[in-house]
Every structure is written in structure tokens, then in C-alpha cells.
Design a binder for this molecule. Sequence first.
Ligand code: NAP
Length: 464
Amino acid sequence: MAPRCWRWVRSSVWSRTRPPPARSTRAPVFCQWFSSQTTPQICVVGSGPAGFYTAQHLLKKRGPQQLCPLPQHHTRAQVDIYEKQLVPFGLVRFGVAPDHPEVKSYGAEDHRVLGIPGEELHGVCSARAFVGWYNGLPENQGLTPDLSCDTAVILGQGNVALDVARILLTPPEHLEKTDITEAALGALRQSRVKTVWIVGRRGPLQVAFTIKELREMIQLPGTWPILHPSDFLGLQEQLKEIPRPRKRLTELLLRTATEKLGAEEAARQASASRAWGLRFFRSPQQVLPSADGQRVAGIRLAVTRLEGVGEATRAVPTGEIEDLPCGLVLSSVGYKSRPIDPSVPFDPKLGVIPNTEGRVVDVPGLYCSGWVKTGPTGVIATTMTSSFLTSQALLQDLQAGLLPLGPRPGYTAIQALLSSRGVQPISFSDWEKLDAEEVSRGQGSGKPREKLVDCQEMLRLLGR
Ligand code: NAP
């Protein structure tokens, strides 16, 4: 029988070679301290960016002074990074849109569910699974989304929603030189999706996406944006009270919705064959089934209005209902972390490990980084800083003698445990072989790599 996919990479090997991909994503991670007489041994679970940034800071010669005046690193620490996938880097590899190789930015193991009737129908899936599908995540390769419909609806107005809309609408030839999987590219070439609605339960002032991603959508070749000027009434007057990043974003939305197009832009839009639009003040109520009850035919939305001010602004139903016909529904309402083990405390409501500055509450020697520490918010710089602070807390505790002492065997014990379960670990040098294979497979078509998506094939390539 093939070994199970619980593998390890040793960051001591990694740390001597190169830093993690420059702008990468967050993934749940926690660290466990193992004491030993001579060499502090630290175990990091999760090889996404939070894991790598944490390990990097523990091992690195010099950390950023402003973040961590003392201590900077540990000269003798041995850090092992464990990963359940056969390949490292978590959502740097599996989350980031293939056309954004420079922006690696989201993580966590699971998606939030909407909890509305019809969510189980054929034609409904989570944006997380869709992203995993086009990025080659083995567990999502069976998704095969049906792109034979004319209209897709994305629920939620965050950056993931825009990533998914962009991949659905980008002319496939623009994705050919990215590391998108060949299967996804093939499906997108056959796609008949012409319109994508991105639906928010609140208004233009509450969108969760950022200006760079919006600008990219507005300029997406072969598409035109549909924004209703009536959604933006009164916003011009509110602009002066809005903090700067939100103000610039709102100004761009306003301009796109209300300004008359220049000749060039008008010509570009006139020749466009695909469209995307933002629908505001609409909260999902039910996925509507087709006549045979088998698949999606539309989405029922409750029209909302806003109550409250500032952060507390919330959408309340007006009582009015609207049905939007569509053949594909992608829910993109955020990510959440999963509990890692019964022995590790977990707050299921917030989806985080209860912690103080990365120190897991009531478990000395256990630390957490990434979205499992903070919840699924922020950009890469936030995760990097947060991961450095967690390693800083660990190093401080180590220096202060606060970590539990006693014989802990570290990797030796893990190795024996894995062996007793029939698990054959994949090492970092194994990954380097897979990496070389992927790069070589991509070369023929000018891609940075053709990702291996079949675990059995990967194991065969490694002679297992
Ligand atoms: P997000 O930014 O939290 O956005 C979630 C969206 O879903 C919001 O519009 C939210 O509306 C809506 N929503 C939540 N619950 C809902 C419900 N029950 N019904 C209807 N709508 C609901 O999440 P995300 O897009 O998954 O992104 C996660 C993080 O990754 C963010 O920090 C994001 O910036 C980052 N990211 C960055 C990039 C990039 O930099 N290019 C790319 C992808 C992701 P409300 O505001 O009303 O709750």
C-alpha cells in the first residue's frame, strides 16, 4: 500500500539555501519546543509562509531590529518543518492565482460555509476548492467545475472573489505561460462563461478587496465592468471622511461607475465579449435548483440596507427578494482554520488557537503563527511580521528559561512514530527532485513549471 501523505522537510537544509518565496501566503502553523541538552529543537507544523517565516526568524543571522531588539536568532537551533502534503510551501503553491506569481497571499485549511439551502447542488463550490483546482492541489483535482453556463455568481467581495473572477474571465492564452495546471487551462479554454457577478451583502464602502486587484479587473482584456451608478449615490459627499486607502478604492469604484468613457476605453469595452459586475446590498438566501432538481439554476438574494456606522455597519434584509439566474455559484466568504489536534486548544467560533502574542494559552512550549493565530485577515506583510513576533516570543522564552525542560527526543521520536504508522517521509531533497521534474515538464510549453497533481505519480517518481 502506498504511504500516506504526511511528510517532513528539514528547514535546517532549507535555511542554508535560500529564503522563502519573497511575498508569500499564510497558512496555519504552530511550533513546539523540544528541549535537549545541547541543541534547542523546534518543530514547525505547516510549510506555508507562516511556517517558513517563523523558521527563518528562528535561524536567521539578523532579524529586523525594529521588530525584535532581543534576541535576534538562535545560533544552534534545529528547526524541523512538517507538512502533510507531498510538496512544501502551502498556499504559496496552492492558493495564489497563477497570474500573480509575485503576490502570494491567502491561506487556512478550510472555507466558511454559507449555510443556505441548495449549497450542495451540482454547480456550487467554494472559491477555496476552485482555487485549489486551478492551482493543482491534489485533493481538488476531482472538482472539474462545469463551465458550460453563461453566468457565474461569486458570493463575497474580497480579494479571493476577484482572483476567481479574473481567472474565469481572463483570455486563456494569457494564462498559458503561468503555472496553472494544464487541466484547468483546458477547461477554461472550453468555458462558456460570459458574465460573472460578484455579490456583496453590504455596499461599495464595505468591499473587502483592495485597489490593485480592482484596477486589474477594470483593465482585464476582453471584458467590461458593470457597475450601477445608483449604488453610488451620496458617496461623493462621504469621500472626505474616509481614510485614505479606502478613499482611493472608493474613488476608483465611483469613477468606473459614473464617468463617461474616453474614446479608447469605450472602443475597448465595445469589443469586449465578457463582462463582470458588482452587485451590492444582496445577501444570499438560497441556491435555486434546476427543474430536475439536480443542479444550480440561480441564486435567491435578499435585498439589504445598512444599519450602524463604521466597523459595526451591518446588512439587514429589507424584505425584498431578487433571483439571479446562473449556472455556477462560487462562495468566497472567507477562509477558516481547522483544529489541528485534540491536544491543541482551538476556538471554533473564531477559527484560531487561543494565544497571547503567539504563545498558546495554557500550553507552555507551544506557539502559533499565521491565520491560525490571527484569523484570516491581512496581507503578506502582516503574516510575515506576525510570524517574526511568534518566533521572537519563543526565543525570549528560551532565553528566560521558561520553556519546559526534560528529555525530548525531537525528530528521532517523530521518525519512529511515522515508521510505526507505515508513513514514509518525503524529505526536502525529494521535493527538489519533484521540483526539477515539474520545471522540466513546463519547459516545452514555456511555463515556469507543470505541477504534478497526482500523489501516486509523485511517489512513483521518487521510487516509492
Ligand atoms: P475576505 O477579505 O474576508 O472577504 C470575504 C467577503 O465575504 C466579504 O465581502 C464579506 O462581506 C463576505 N461575506 C462573509 N460572510 C458572508 C456571508 N455570510 N454572506 C455574504 N457575504 C459574506 O476574504 P477573502 O476574499 O477570502 O480573502 C482572505 C484574505 O486573503 C484577505 O485578507 C485578502 O485580502 C487576502 N487575499 C489577498 C490577495 C491579494 O493580495 N491579491 C488575494 C487573495 C486573498 P462582509 O464584509 O459583509 O462580511
